[in-house]
Design a protein around this ligand. Sequence first.
Ligand SMILES: [Cu+2]
Length: 313
Amino acid sequence: MTALAGALGAGAVWAQDNLGLPTDKAIDLQPAAAPLKHDAIWFHDIILMPVITAIVVLVLALLIWIILRYNKRANPKPATFSHNTAIEIAWTVVPVLILVVIAFFSFSLLRKYNDMPTPDVVVKATGYQWYWAYDYPELGVEGVESRLLPEARELETAHEAKVPFLLGVDNELIVPVNRVVQVQVTGYDVIHAFALPAFGLKTDAIPGRLNSTWFKAEKTGVFYGQCSELCGVDHAYMPIVIRVVTDKEFDDYIVKAGGKTKAMIAAEEAATAAEAQRAAADAAASADASTAASAAAPAEADAAASAAAPAVQ
Ligand SMILES: [Cu+2]
């Protein structure tokens, strides 16, 4: 009984943690966990679906009307005209207007993807045949390789090991919650694509080019995506897993991975600046002393002053 309760409890935690997993029998978009995805879902639900539904209903109604009203029995003597200018203009202009409306909202969504807020964390994701590697260039963490767990490769072993089928990896990409994360995306060998539905991400990873996208995760948890550009035989086996954690957990992770947190870097910079200031002050003081003695030896004072100059700068 206890074991069962424990297993259920673990299952609940697992389900709660794995927010970005695909859901069985679901047909809607995955729930959003970042601003861009909210906007993309709004565009899909409020703009695209009503337009699509209206067109489908209109075409279906026209079809049914024509079938019933103008079949051979109901309309034995068919009309013989072949043109109707008014209708032809209407069915050209109306679709153009519909496309303009879609384009307006589509371009404003594209602009949101393009206008990244100032990033709090920069991550570089490199696609390899067939895994991903992550760097935090500003924090000194490099080459975190993220590969599919061997047990996640088959459905049965994945269920046994309680890892998501085709999605579980050894090293997840760790990012802090409620922070703007810039993802620089590139490919090492062929074109891959960095895609994660819950954050609305899909960016090509192209060798020799550094693409960029961003997200701001709204809640902690684990989110799943996959390479989305056919890149070879193991294309289906290079998932993308992002674990969103608190600031503290993120800092701990960075330190454990051999990097430095933003606070550590800021403290070091402050210490270096203070050191430089102290050196400059010392140099200035010794320059003053030399100036006092310069009546006797002007050449020495010049030398001291020029030695002090770089330190002051
Ligand atoms: Cu791929």
